[in-house]
Each structure stands twice: as C-alpha cells, then as structure tokens.
Design a protein around this ligand. Structure first.
Ligand SMILES: Nc1ncnc2c1ncn2[C@@H]1O[C@H](COP(=O)(O)OP(=O)(O)OP(=O)(O)O)[C@@H](O)[C@H]1O
Length: 493
C-alpha cells in the first residue's frame, strides 16, 4: 500500500464529528504501511501526553500503552518538538507471545506540529530483528504526518464553519418565531424545541419567571404541524373549584350556574396546543385528573355521563422546583415522573448575558414602533448598567420593562442614557439606585468597568448589611464560595 492509498483510506473513513476517530484510523492504516508492529497517537494537554489510540499491526488495541511504549520518549518529543529514533527495551512483548520477556524494539516518535506548537506525537515501533528506521523512512513518515495534520486542520475548520452555519441558521429560525438570542445555551434549547415539536408528547418547560417559557411553548406549537389553536391558561389564576370545568367543560345543569353546555379548554384547543402555565399551582386533586387525561387521551366534562376523546397537545410550564414540591407533598410524583422525561429548561438571563445587547435592540425597535419613537441604541454607560444587572426579579421580562420605561422617560430622543435605567424594585430599596455607583462612569475596557462595578456592588452590599458579610452574601444571592472568591478577587477580603 502506498502513501496515497493511506490517505484515500483515511479520507474515506474520516468524519466531521470526530477528530479522534480520524487519528485512530490513521494509526491503523499507518501500522500496515510503515511495517511498524505498533503505532500510537498521543495528544497533549495540561496534564501531559495522553494516548488517543495504540494498535498493533494486526489491528488489536494495545493496553496499557505504558507497558509497550516508552512514554518518557513521547514526553520528550512533545516538549522539544524534535523527532526521536532509538532502540529501546520494553517491559512486554508487543506480540504477547512471551509476555514476561523484555522486548527490544526500534522506536520512532514524530511530533505533529500545528501553528508552531506541538499538538500531538506519533509513535511507531518494530521488532529489534527488523531493520532500524532509515532516514528516508523517517522523512517519508514526517511528510505523511504533516499531511495528516493538514487534513485534521481542514476538517476542524470545516467543523467550525459548519457549527457557525448551524448557529446562524438556528438564530434566524428563532428570530422568525420571536425568540431572540444566540447564546449556545439558547441554540441548544432551540434545537431541542425543534425535536420536541415533531412529536405529540406532553412537554414540560422549566425556567425562572420571565425567561420566556410561554414564548418557548408557542415555538413548540409553531414548529409543529397543528391545525387547531394555541390556548393558554394560568393554573394559578383560576379558582380551584372552577378549574375542572374550565379545563374539561361541563354540561347544562351540572352545578348551580351551569345554564348551558360549555366546552372546556381541552376541547377548545382540539388539534392544537393547550399551554398550562404555572403548573405548580394546580391543586393536587386536579393533578390526578390531568395525569389520567394525559394517559388515556379522554376528558370527562363535569356532569357528563360519557368521556370524550380529545386530540390536544399539552405543554406545561413552571418556575417552581417540582422535585422539591414532591418532597413537600405539594406535587404528585406520578405526574412529575410522567412529565420530566421531556423537559425544556430555559436558562436565566444572567447566565447568557451576551444576549442582552441583541435583546435591547429588539425591545428598542418594538417600543419605537409602539410609541412612535426613534431611539437608536443605548449609550455605552447604559449598556454597562444593563449588562451588570442580575435580573433576579424577572429575567427577559424585567429587561424589557427597564428598556420600555427608560424610553418613556428619557430626555435624549436618540440614545438611552443611564439616567432612567432602574432595576424593578430599586425604588423600594433603601439604598437607592445601583446604577449610580461611581465606577460605571469611569473610562476603561469592558472587563475593567465590570470589575469596578462588581467591587462597588460587593462594597455596597457589605455597607448596607453594616459589615455583616453573611447578610451581604445573602442579599446578593451568592453562594459562600462565590462570595468569598469575589471578595478575594476584588481585594475586599
Ligand atoms: N428570548 C426572548 N426573545 C424575545 N423576547 C423574549 C424572550 N424571552 C422572553 N421574552 C419576552 O419577555 C416577556 C416574558 O416572556 P414569557 O411570558 O414567555 O416568560 P415566562 O417565563 O412565561 O414568564 P412567567 O414565569 O412569568 O410565566 C414577554 O414579553 C416575552 O416576549
């Protein structure tokens, strides 16, 4: 087999999703090609060299590698970036014919260099009875590994470009249905929505208040193939004793005031989606009925003799921790078990701050149209403020209200300044507006200003708690570890 055949085989075996598998196949092909009895590939990371694959010429895995491969030699090549070729004695025979015997071998280690740094090491060895690696062979192998490296680089680049394309495509699709944000966690969530939209199963959406759970439910509806409507109901806003009739309907005369037959929301959302928001607020007896309905696809209107079949997809949402509610006896475990398999978690805004600028642009455009205004953007100081808020009161909804409010009160007709940016409950706080914290007004890079702002927030919290750090930590909603590591980082400990 010649060098081109080796490449042909590698290329036909490689796939975009696995660089390691490419190296692995290369190992296999190289063993035959170079008359080596053992070929291995090592990658380099913070912990040193680690073996990706080590195989014998016959194609079996060599394990543990350190028994058959002089790891020190591989480490030296990784450090120096120079080829090494020597005759060495290993603990065991590669062929495992006489495992207890020491075995001499001709060993060759060649670095794989990408962008001037050693990214991996190829190791080949063959029995002492065979000729040692000649200069011509070493040169040939060196060239082959260089080509392999190029191949891997190209594949990696293709993979990255593909990822960018996929992300851009997902972002476009998300925007089309009104979900703004291209943070990886949002792209992942969107890909999950697309998968779940294809099937009729009940879905549970979890996330803090205002993260966009209803928007996600709507996306499940829009991306699915439904002829019926999307109907939404907040389980916490309906009187518990009316909930059954609201969901399943009732027949005339079934209770005082039931003057005529009335279809419930399940029926109204026939062939569509019924969105049950704040599922955690549903009384436990209703949870039993809901579970039964989900399991058999039938509803029992209040006062009806016969059940009715419905084809309504249920999407539920909650900001509560259902597991804890089960522990507290406030939520039925069987219903939770039924729902938890297909859960979409919406990340809080503070965990995807890179989405804030795009969301701001989106809300500015929205309220420009609504109020007939012409705001262009937020001034950099104002952007600093919105980037550093924690949105614990309402995530995206909170950001939306902050932008809307600032647009109403702002004196500058073109740009939103920091003057009217306030967190939702700031006016009630005794300490006033954190946007007035001095460092925000200073010059500096984004990192520097964020650092200064974090330090000011910490100081402010400690002052307000009259030096009581535990109280300050709690007021900021931070864990002990995070709080003390932040104090350390900002020289406040
Ligand atoms: N990713 C987003 N892109 C654009 N707008 C969003 C996004 N997320 C949320 N919003 C907006 O924020 C507001 C709150 O969203 P939504 O009602 O879907 O949140 P929620 O999690 O269901 O809230 P709650 O917990 O109070 O029921 C809405 O005006 C919605 O349009």
């Amino acid at each position: 087999m010649d060098r081109f055949e080796v490449f042909h085989r590698i290329l036909s075996q490689s796939n975009l999703s696995s660089m390691e598998s490419m190296a692995y196949h290369t190992v296999y092909e190289m063993a035959e090609f170079s008359l080596a009895q053992l070929v291995a590939y090592f990658t380099i990371d913070a912990g040193g060299v680690s073996c990706v694959a080590a195989r014998t010429r016959e194609g079996s895995d060599v394990s543990p590698p350190e028994k058959y491969i002089p790891i020190k030699m591989v480490q030296q090549v990784a450090l120096s970036g120079n080829i090494q070729s020597k005759t060495t004695t290993m603990e065991a025979n590669i062929n495992r014919v006489t495992p207890s015997f020491a075995k001499r071998q001709h060993a060759l280690a060649i670095p794989m260099i990408s962008n001037g740094t050693v990214s991996g090491v190829w190791f080949l060895s063959r029995s002492f009875e065979m000729p040692a690696y000649s200069d011509t062979e070493v040169q040939l192998l060196k060239n082959i590994f260089k080509d392999v490296e190029r191949l891997i680089q190209n594949t990696r680049q293709l993979e990255e470009q593909q990822y960018e394309l996929d992300t851009a495509k997902s972002e476009l699709e998300m925007n089309r249905i009104g979900i703004i944000g291209d943070h990886p966690s949002m792209v992942r969530m969107f890909n999950l929505i697309k998968k779940l939209a294809r099937v009729p199963s009940t879905v549970l959406i979890q996330g803090e208040s205002g993260t966009g759970k209803e928007l996600v439910a709507n996306a499940v509806y829009k991306l699915g193939a439904y002829d019926g409507p999307f109907i939404s109901m907040n389980c916490g806003s309906v009187e518990p004793n009316l909930l059954k009739s609201e969901l399943f309907g009732h027949v005339k005369g079934s209770f005082t005031g039931a003057l005529k037959d009335r279809p419930g929301l399940f029926k109204k959302a026939q062939d569509g989606v019924l969105f049950l928001d704040e599922l955690g607020e549903m009384p436990t007896d209703m949870q039993v009925t809901l579970l039964r309905t989900l399991e058999c696809g039938e509803i029992h209107p209040v006062g009806a003799d016969q059940p009715q079949t419905v084809n309504t997809r249920i999407v539920c949402a909650t900001h509560r921790d259902l597991r804890k509610m089960v522990d507290d006896g406030k939520f039925r475990n069987d219903l939770r078990q039924r729902l938890k398999g297909l859960t979409i978690s919406v990340p809080p805004l503070r965990d995807r701050r890179s989405d804030i600028p795009t969301l701001c642009d989106y809300f500015i455009k929205k309220y420009n149209e609504k109020f007939g205004l012409a705001f262009k953007a937020l001034r950099p100081e104002a952007m600093n403020v919105v980037m550093s808020m924690d949105y614990r009161h309402g995530n995206v909804r909170e950001l939306e209200h902050i932008i809307e409010r600032a647009m109403v009160f702002e004196d500058d007709p073109n740009y939103i300044t920091e003057n009217y940016l306030q967190m939702e409950d700031d006016e009630d706080d005794d300490g006033g507006d954190p946007s007035s914290i001095g460092p925000l007004r200073t010059e500096g890079t984004y990192e520097e200003r964020m650092g200064a702002y974090a330090a000011a927030l910490l100081k402010d919290a400690i002052e307000k708690s009259k030096g009581n750090k535990t109280k300050a930590m709690k007021s900021l909603g931070l864990s002990r570890t995070t709080f003390y590591s932040l104090l350390n980082r900002h020289g406040l400990s």
